[in-house]
Design a protein. Structure first.
Length: 261
């Protein structure tokens, strides 16, 4: 195995079921309609890391029996991608164990305000969260995986997705929150094997891509496989997944993807 990716969550910012919603999806008993907040966990032979730590992060780690996280990377500073950050303390148990945290300068600034006790250097005890901020200025490596930030437009917030490459092969791109892909991002995506992209619902949204907008990207990039994520309760998996073109599917919580050597 070169790399394995687990969908920890595939839901929109409020999760599915939505509090107080009685729609068919929120009342569905299909596990594929139960969507925690968006996050993915990646493992390679050298290391493991998480992309985003939303409010469901503890539940997600317990469900997937996650025992190893060597780094955390973030897409943008919205509640549904940040607020489980303190749960990373279970991966910095020892006094001298620091966890690299990769994000834009803006996102790191928000994390430092929200979790000042973790960043101010005054709480370096056993079992406490000890982040090591790593501002993103371009591509970086996690083990033998090249990680390239992909700038996208998501409302008024600076947001990035990520392209993961190993051995010169573009294995996977993960873009959970976007409305528009910038030209340089589209160019970077050409030749990618697997595209994971925001596809909120059928109806238009001011800051997220609709199914048709995401399908337009898929038709231009032509990856081997495309998975939709960040799904709202307008979308019932069993109804909508079969309608999608060949090579395009709706992701669901717990789904695992693998790329072999």
């Amino acid at each position: 195995m070169q790399m394995q990716l687990t969908f920890l969550g595939t839901g929109t910012s409020v999760g599915i079921p939505v509090i107080g919603c009685d729609c068919a999806v929120c009342r569905s008993t299909d596990p594929k309609d139960k969507r925690l907040r968006c996050s993915v966990y990646l493992r390679t032979p050298e290391m493991a890391w998480v992309v985003d730590t939303g409010p469901d992060f503890r539940t997600q780690c317990l469900r997937e029996n996650i025992r190893q996280i060597d780094a955390a990377i973030f897409t943008h500073p919205h509640m549904d991608h940040l607020t489980g950050f303190d749960e990373l303390r279970r991966f910095t148990i020892e006094v001298d164990h620091f966890l690299p945290v990769y994000a834009t300068a803006e996102c790191l600034s928000v994390l430092e305000r929200m979790f000042i006790y973790a960043f101010n250097g005054e709480n370096r005890y056993r079992g406490y969260l000890k982040p090591f901020p790593k501002p993103i200025h371009g591509p970086f490596h996690l083990g033998e995986t090249k990680v390239t930030p992909l700038p996208v437009q998501h409302g008024k917030v600076d947001t990035i997705g990520y392209l993961f490459e190993r051995g010169g092969k573009k294995l996977c791109a993960y873009i959970p929150d976007c409305k528009t892909l910038l030209p340089q991002t589209l160019e970077a995506l050409r030749g990618v094997d697997t595209l994971i992209i925001d596809a909120l619902r059928h109806t238009p949204h001011p800051t997220h891509m609709s199914f048709e907008e995401s399908l337009a990207v898929q038709r231009e990039i032509r990856p081997r496989q495309t998975w939709f994520t960040h799904i709202q309760c307008e979308i019932m998996h069993a109804v909508e997944d079969p309608k999608l073109p060949a090579g395009v599917n709706i992701a669901y919580d717990g789904l695992k993807l693998e790329w072999m050597a």
